[in-house]
Every structure is written in C-alpha cells, then in structure tokens.
Write a protein that binds this ligand. Structure first.
Ligand code: HEC
Ligand code: HEC
Length: 230
C-alpha cells in the first residue's frame, strides 16, 4: 500500500460505528457534554448502565440498561428516547435540547443502544410523591448508608460538604437549617422531605433530581432524616 493511501484509510475508519460508540460512552460520563459552565452533572451521576446496580448505589434515575428498547419513559410521560434524554439534559444539566440530527446526540444514542441487549423491554413504573406528608424518623445508621448511596454523590459529607460536586451544591443539613430554621411545618425537616421528593419540580427551583417511590421508600427517607438530625 502506498503511503498516500494511509490517511484515506484512517478517514474511512473514523466514520465507522466504533468511534460514535466511543464518543457516546465518553459523553455519558462527561459534564462538559452540556456546554453550561455551571453544570457539574453527567448522565453517569444519576444513572447506572448495568442490569444489576452496584450494591448500595442509589441514583435518582433508573438504570439505562435496555433503555433503548423501552416503549415509554418517565412513567409514561415520554414516548421517545430523545425526549426522555432531553428532559434530563435540559432540566438538570442546563443543556440546549438535542435535536434528532445532532452529532453528539446520535453518538449518545449509539451508546445507549450498545447497552440494550434485548429487543423489547418493559417500561419502568415511576411513582411521583405529589403531596408531601411527614414521615417518621428511621434508623440513623441505615440513613447514613442511604445517604452514601443516594445523596453523597452530589452533596459529599453532611455538615461540611467535603467531596461535593461543586459550590452550588447545598451543604446539608446546615445551610437548610440556616435558611429555613426548625419549624415543624415550614422548617428544614419538611423542606428536606419535599426536596427529596420533588427535586426541582412542583414550583421548587434549582436542578436537583427528584426521588420517586421506586428510587427511595418513605422508610429510607425517614432514615436519612434521622442521620441528618432533623
Ligand atoms: C440529576 C440527575 C440526572 C441526570 C444528570 C440525568 N438524568 Fe436521566 N433521569 C433522571 C431521573 C430522576 C429520571 C426519572 C426516573 C427514570 O425514569 O429513570 C431520569 C430519566 C431518564 C430516562 C428515562 C428512563 C425510563 O425508562 O423512564 C432516560 C432515557 C434518561 N434519563 C437518560 C439520561 C441521559 C442520557 C442523561 C445524560 C445526558 C441523563 N439521563 C442525565 C435523572 C438524571
Ligand atoms: C444529582 C445531584 C444531587 C443528588 C443526587 C442529590 N442532590 Fe440535593 N441538591 C442538589 C443541588 C444541585 C442542590 C442545590 C440546587 C437545588 O436546590 O436544586 C440540592 C439541594 C438540596 C437541598 C436544599 C438545600 C437548601 O437549603 O435549599 C436539600 C435539603 C437536598 N438537596 C437534600 C438531598 C438529599 C437528602 C439527597 C439524597 C436523597 C440529595 N439531596 C441528592 C443536587 C443533588
């Protein structure tokens, strides 16, 4: 083969499916995928990609293993994978909605298809807690484990925020107590329950994701409250 042919061969290889897959996998774990300088989340912050999640890991989103084969998403709210992804990309990562022909969006789709071994997979039930009711405090040791699996990925350590994803992530529970006080009806305790259940929705701002009943039970939320001393 002449030397002149080599760049052509490389160019052809670069257009094949493998680089799109690699690029998609890279985007999945990269907060810079959403161009917003304030974004610190990647898809991997909130989603696992394997059939069985790592022990103790409690992200707010479901595993995306088989996601490309599900007929609906977000408990039936969205019918296409792109709409389901854009909800996260825009609302949590502050990106601009990906269009169907966006190159990065297509690479991400190739990656999501690569972690979808089955031809068909069921939609996953998603139960949103609409009305916030108090939950009894649970066991603080269990609550600590739940905090480590669910919350510390973003918030780091309680009281200090050590290891948190960035300065915009609240130091829990201290900042919440400082802002809202200890009133049983309007203070840090009900605010924390509401934040866990509603995230940024239901008129609450910010960009934290909500936890459905499938993601955390009320008993687990009660454990977190006990661990936080609320
Ligand atoms: C801040 C956390 C967060 C981030 C970041 C995030 N998601 Fe999500 N995502 C969620 C939550 C919460 C849901 C709702 C529960 C669910 O359906 O998994 C969800 C739902 C989804 C769904 C629907 C799953 C289903 O079957 O209902 C898909 C697909 C998805 N996300 C893909 C992505 C991709 C791809 C990215 C990165 C571009 C991303 N998400 C980033 C939290 C997040
Ligand atoms: C994907 C990252 C992420 C995860 C996971 C997460 N949070 Fe948050 N949380 C945030 C961000 C960002 C803020 C600040 C912006 C906002 O209010 O949405 C916040 C704010 C809060 C606040 C409000 C603090 C205040 O004083 O206003 C509370 C309380 C809270 N989180 C508790 C939790 C608990 C408890 C968990 C685990 C069940 C958790 N968070 C999981 C990102 C996260």
């Amino acid at each position: 083969m002449s030397r002149a042919l080599i760049p052509l061969v490389l160019l052809v290889a670069a257009c094949g499916p493998r680089p799109a897959l690699e690029r998609g996998a890279e985007l999945f774990g990269d907060p810079a995928f959403a161009a917003s300088p304030s974004n610190v989340f990647s898809c991997a912050t909130c989603h696992e990609v394997t059939a069985a999640p790592r022990a103790g890991n409690r992200p707010p989103g479901f595993t995306l293993h088989n996601a490309a084969a599900r007929p609906t998403y977000w408990g039936g709210a969205f019918e296409t994978l792109l709409d389901a992804v854009n909800e996260c990309y825009v609302e949590y990562m502050r990106g601009h909605a990906l269009s169907p022909d966006n190159t990065d969006g297509r690479a991400l789709r190739v990656y999501l298809q690569s972690i979808t071994p089955d031809k068909a997979a069921p939609s996953l039930p998603l139960t949103t807690v609409t009305t916030i009711l108090d939950v009894p405090n649970g066991d603080p040791a269990a609550g600590e484990a739940t905090w480590r699996g669910a919350c510390s990925r973003c918030h780091g350590e309680i009281h200090t925020g050590k290891g948190r994803l960035g300065p915009r992530i609240s130091i829990v529970p201290d900042e919440t107590l400082k802002t809202f006080g200890t009133d049983p009806l309007k203070g840090a305790r009900p605010i924390t329950i509401e934040k866990i259940r509603h995230g940024k929705y239901f008129g609450i701002s910010g960009n934290m994701a909500p936890y459905s009943l499938e993601a955390l039970t009320d008993g687990e939320v009660g454990g977190i409250l006990a661990y936080l001393g609320l």
